[in-house]
Design a protein around this ligand. Structure first.
Ligand code: FAD
Length: 385
């Protein structure tokens, strides 16, 4: 069976709901949130009320069910409105709640999922460290056993939702083995003594989002905070990221779509040489290049959702979509800025923000170079890491 490009009634309805919400509640405020370096926290509650933070999570745990294509459609719409808002959902739902649903004990699911799905609580994903980014398997944050507890020491860097989150899905070294074998995952409430959080300011984009450094000094957690088997934490992280990359790709489709809408609108209105710039062939080249990127990125992203929903392998497809869509979003936003000329360079117009927000997409959840190595390994069977 191939992919059915028609949306089901439920998928179309959820997209309509997201589209209207984004146009009404996000688009009018995105520039102001960017300048203020914070989205309005009320928007998180709305994401919960609309059921968006519970997509794909079973209803018995407070989720709203739905398939991965519905999740992609909502993520795309949020990305079209404001990537800072999109990131809140991609991390709290995509990386944290979905990991709890997949790996958590019954008690962990009952404790965290209803609150994460309603937006009453937020999650963050603590993998990257100051010294280990792409080479995440060599992380150095350590958790050592002390009776029935674990005691954690180390620092996590660039953590999205870091200062807002109520729980961190933390990856720490518990074994003597080097690399991924010695890593275990934990769910650490962020009010645990010994955990301090420092917001990172001065980001190029995603300014409305709280990105933080998390410092663990003698943080004591009981063994029931461990999620997944001891030594299997890297599998928890990689399975989260394989699906998470689909969400980043969908957010990039949203950025590219916003770039297209803005560029076409401006090209029709702006006049130079006695007619709208839409009449100039090289401007048409710019908008058609954006349109091709939107379509290609969207189809690659939907393919990942289709594979996940049909139980097919999707990790390489997810890398392909994330690599392509993130590079496409940067290109699309840059082309849109060119259509706007000098006005694209000032923040009265939306395209400069789109470019700043797009840029990080080629860096996080695996840089473009890392995705090329993952795709290359899958094609050749040879690891070049
Ligand atoms: P490095 O790994 O040091 O890479 C530097 C350069 O070297 C890159 O160009 C890279 O592609 C290249 N490179 C490295 N190794 C190779 C190789 N083998 N072959 C070829 N090139 C290579 N992390 C989290 O855990 N949770 C989060 O919520 C989170 N949110 C983030 C939000 C923001 C805004 C940012 C900027 C980052 C976030 N990150 C998060 C971290 C992000 O995932 C890392 O920045 C990313 O993995 C890259 O790691 P690094 O920055 O240490 O770069």
């Amino acid at each position: 069976m191939g992919m059915d490009l028609e949306l089901s009634e439920e998928q179309a309805a959820v997209r309509r709901l997201a589209r209207e919400f984004v146009d009404r509640e996000i688009v009018p405020h995105a520039a102001e949130w960017d300048r203020a370096e914070s989205i309005d926290p009320a928007v998180v509650k709305s994401l919960g009320d609309l059921g968006f933070l519970g997509l794909t999570i079973p209803e018995e745990y407070g989720g709203s069910g739905g398939d991965h294509l519905a999740y992609c459609l909502v993520t795309e719409e949020l990305g079209r409105g404001d990537s800072a808002v999109r990131g809140v959902l991609s991390v709290s739902l995509g990386l944290v709640a979905k990991s709890i649903a997949a790996w958590g004990s019954e008690e962990q699911k009952r404790r965290w999922l209803p609150r994460l799905c309603s937006g009453e609580a937020l999650g963050c994903f603590g993998l990257t460290e100051p010294g280990t980014g792409s080479d995440a398997a060599n992380l150095t944050t350590r958790a050592r056993r002390d009776g029935g507890d674990w005691v954690v020491d180390g620092t996590k860097m660039f953590i999205t939702n870091g200062t807002w989150a109520d729980v961190v899905l933390l990856f720490a070294r518990t074994g003597a083995e080097p690399g991924h074998k010695g890593v275990t995952a934990f769910l650490v409430p962020t009010d645990t003594p010994g955990l301090t959080r420092r917001e990172i300011h001065g980001k190029l984009g995603l300014r409305g989002q709280a990105t933080a450094e998390l410092i663990f000094e003698g943080v004591r957690v009981p063994d029931d905070c461990r999620i997944g088997p001891e030594g299997k934490g890297f599998s928890v992280a990689m399975s989260a990221l394989a699906k998470g990359r689909m969400s980043v790709a969908a957010g990039c489709v949203g950025i590219a779509q916003a770039a297209l809408d803005a560029a076409v609108g401006y090209a029709r209105e702006r006049e130079q040489f006695g007619r709208s710039i839409a009449h100039h062939q090289l401007v048409q080249e710019l908008v058609s290049d954006i349109a091709v990127d939107v379509d290609a990125a969207r189809l690659l992203t939907w393919r990942v959702a289709d594979h996940i929903d049909r139980g097919l392998p999707f990790a390489t497809e997810s890398s392909v979509a994330k690599l392509y869509a993130s590079e496409a979003a940067v290109r699309a936003a840059n082309n849109a800025l060119q259509v706007f000329g000098g006005y694209g360079y000032i923040d009265e117009y939306p395209v400069g923000k789109l470019l700043r927000d797009a840029r990080v997409m080629t860096l996080y959840e695996g840089t473009s170079q890392i995705h090329k190595l993952l795709i290359g390994r899958s094609l050749t069977g040879v690891s070049a890491f």
